[in-house]
Design a protein around this ligand. Sequence first.
Ligand SMILES: [Ca+2]
Ligand SMILES: [Ca+2]
Ligand SMILES: [Ca+2]
Ligand SMILES: [Ca+2]
Length: 378
Amino acid sequence: MDVTTYYSFWIVVFLSLWESSLGQIVYSVSEEVNKGTVIGNIAKDLKISAQELETRMFQIMPAGSNAKYFDVNVKTGSLFVNDRIDREELCGSNQKCALNLEALAQNPHRLYRLEIIVVDVNDNAPFFPESTYVVNVTEIANEGDRFPLPIAKDSDVGSNSLKDYNLSSNEYFSLDIHSGQKSMLAELVLQKALDREKQAAIHLILTAIDGGKPPKSGTLSIVVDVIDVNDNKPIFRKPLYKVKVKENSPIGTKIISVSASDLDEGINSEIQYSFLGHENTDETNRFTINSKSGEIAVQGQIDYEEDSAIELRVQARDKGVPPKSTHCKVLIEVVDENDNVPEIVTTPLLESVKEDAKPGTAVNSVSFQQHCYNSTYL
Ligand SMILES: [Ca+2]
Ligand SMILES: [Ca+2]
Ligand SMILES: [Ca+2]
Ligand SMILES: [Ca+2]
């Protein structure tokens, strides 16, 4: 490159930059417009005739990465859209989306700079990272307790981005919204005491809404799983059980089953049965209870003559931490069996019996040590 060429080159560059700094033309176009949409008339804005555009082989510099989106009709001077323009793809979350172009005219050689502002359109709805979100809340959570929710996103910018959240109406939770610089956080706030035994799961819908006109929205299904606490004690089907058992029933004879239920779940509702308050007493030693089934069976001698009625107290206790328990009574009536040889006691009524005594004259009274009494008659 000789000195003249060198200086000529730099003069062109200087003039181009000077022209650019003074005369950069700014256009704006909405994203997603149809191909062929006219943005402006470049001949008019550059103050050259359309005919001159053609003769000077005016063109968008094809080397630029944004060149494919635009073209110029050199017969009319129209600058038009030549490809799909997606603001979200080109500029992401940047508030301003400007595409720079260079255009060249020959004879004389002139470089023009164009800036095209891509205007956001509300073509994206807010969305959540998942479609369903599970929140675990213990049933003894306090009113005012807070549970943060996933953050919604909206690929648009400015007023077309996320603007508000909305919670489906329900009696347990309200919504509290915190607005940050780049995102909005929503929290569930407990408004009313939970009770797993009444409602084990609460289904809510969180809606995220953008500020577009018209607005777009996205939803999140929220499942509040109410976690059990051992707040119920077992309850026996009956407070009092009555049963008859024959004395001398063999060991292992099943006499009755007691049963209790517990409204909680898991170990908080698993019940163990036991005799209450009289370990190693006569009652306990004569009976046994299955800790799982509540079945009571004979395990010792049942003797009517010793006890005609036996009272047992049975406890049902859950396995919660701490456990809860309750108790019931079992009244056992022992049924007499004829197991004693009668002891005969005779009492003479007459010292001697006359030979002419009439038939039917009582001579002796005989009593049995069992429950029967009798007399002997002639
Ligand atoms: Ca958009
Ligand atoms: Ca949007
Ligand atoms: Ca329980
Ligand atoms: Ca419970």
